[in-house]
Ligand binder design. Structure first.
Ligand SMILES: Cc1cc2nc3c(=O)[nH]c(=O)nc-3n(C[C@H](O)[C@H](O)[C@H](O)COP(=O)(O)O)c2cc1C
Length: 402
């Protein structure tokens, strides 16, 4: 790991707080600088001086300190780091992160961070298995946070069960993996399309579809967390763009096609997650049509296929990813689409199943490459699916640009 790479280590008031020293030393042994952030309760269990001495920099406990002068420490530090690792994380810290509470340095810092976040929970089994704690963990995973799951064993509360902090070596190993991944796409341009398109019949009526844009936005967030420069060409959605994404809003398939064509020659990775309408009206009326102007039939004409155009015109070193929404013969139809459109990867989506795919927070997909190699995912949040897709994209990119 390059010297000068900084990790923020969050420490909260679990009985396993002493093990944070070993996590700190583990990161240092691998060439990383560590800044320690403690909760006030953690600082009552173990003196901040110990962490300040080990880290050779002052452990931060209080967000509002007079000596901080003109600097806003939580923002400055958040931009410097390659990883925010919380070990041990109490049930309280996990709950605060999940809800966006920012009432101390650690929780305020979480909201400001744009690096990968790794959490190692430690608590009594009842607290860990509590439905609220589990719901908070699921919410954080859906927001891109990764976890080092606690182990089962003898707990300090003299009960046996889940909740013991993972071994410090495991936490360090995971942390190093995330630090490497935080720049695995550094300097690369990633172009993502997302959401539905709208084809207008007149100024107020349009043809569209159920796409929410969530899959494309999750892919953009994942690419950003890997250091990529991300452009998100998006149809109308109810979503806010991820921090640092360059948003290009469009409405019609024609607009989306033009924006993509203008940017594709520069892109290293192109991921077409938008649901572009296959049809449009032959023309759009300049004024709202009256009810009695319809005779019960509306003509439609096909729209140009953006993906097919890219398959022919993109740079051959670039990785092109398409989605195939299918209701039957999922993998067979998806693989045909990959071949016909000259894609590198096709993500096959079963849109028949309730709760996944269109307009849902979760997805379950098959990621297929040109050699027919298929990765079949579990049902996961779209952000976690995005991570698996980008892992495959990086693999293909590496093979093409060896
Ligand atoms: C001796 C002791 C050990 C504790 N161990 C844990 C623990 O392992 N995990 C946990 O979630 N809470 C634990 N707690 C409870 C937390 O300290 C408590 O919820 C606190 O409000 C959390 O504050 P913090 O998250 O700001 O550090 C412990 C409390 C005490 C007094």
């Amino acid at each position: 790991m390059t010297m000068g790479t900084t990790v923020a280590l969050g420490v909260s008031s679990s009985i396993s707080v002493y093990k944070a020293c070993e996590v700190l030393r583990g990161f240092q042994k691998n060439g990383l600088e560590v800044r320690v952030l403690m909760t006030l309760n953690a600082s009552r269990m173990i003196a901040p001086l110990l962490f300040s001495a080990l880290a050779r920099s002052k452990a931060i406990v209080d967000p509002i300190q007079e000596e901080s002068g003109g600097s806003i420490a939580h923002i400055e530090l958040a931009r410097e780091i390659s990883l925010f690792c919380v070990a041990p994380a109490t049930a309280n810290v996990i709950a605060k992160f999940a809800k966006g509470v920012a009432d101390d340095f650690l929780s305020t810092f979480y909201l400001a961070v744009d690096s990968p976040v790794l959490i190692a929970p430690a608590m009594n089994e009842a607290m860990f298995l509590h439905p609220r704690t589990q719901a908070n963990i699921r919410a954080l995973k859906a927001a891109g946070v990764e976890f080092v799951e606690p182990e089962k064993g003898y707990l300090a509360c003299r009960e046996e069960g889940w909740g013991r902090l993972a071994a410090p070596e495991r936490i360090v190993e995971e942390g190093l993996r995330l630090v490497r991944r935080s720049r695995s796409l550094a300097g690369k341009r990633v172009l993502v399309t997302a959401g539905p398109t709208r084809e207008y019949l007149d100024p107020v009526r349009f043809l569209s579809n159920r796409s929410s844009g969530k899959m494309g936005y999750a892919l953009a967030a994942e690419a950003l967390s890997r250091g990529a420069e991300v452009t998100l060409v998006s149809g109308p959605t109810a979503l806010l763009p991820p921090f640092r994404a360059k948003l290009v809003p469009v409405e019609t398939g024609g607009e989306m096609g033009a924006e993509v064509a203008a940017r594709a020659p520069e892109a290293d990775v192109i991921i077409m997650a938008a649901a572009v309408s296959d049809f449009r009206f032959p023309e759009t009326a300049g004024r709202k049509l009256k009810k009695n102007e319809f005779d019960g039939r509306i003509a439609l004409v096909p729209t140009p296929d953006i993906l097919e155009g890219l398959g022919r015109s993109r740079r051959k070193e670039a990785v092109l990813v398409g989605f195939a929404a299918e209701t039957d013969r999922l993998e067979e139809n998806a693989l045909r689409k990959l071949r016909e459109k000259n894609l590198d990867i096709v993500v096959a989506n079963d849109v028949k199943t309730e709760g996944i795919g269109f307009d849902a927070d979760e997805n379950q997909v098959v990621i297929i490459d040109r050699n027919g190699r298929a990765v079949r995912t579990e049902r996961l949040s779209k952000r976690e699916i995005g991570r698996l897709i980008l892992d495959e994209v990086e693999g293909v990119f590496g093979r093409k640009n060896r």
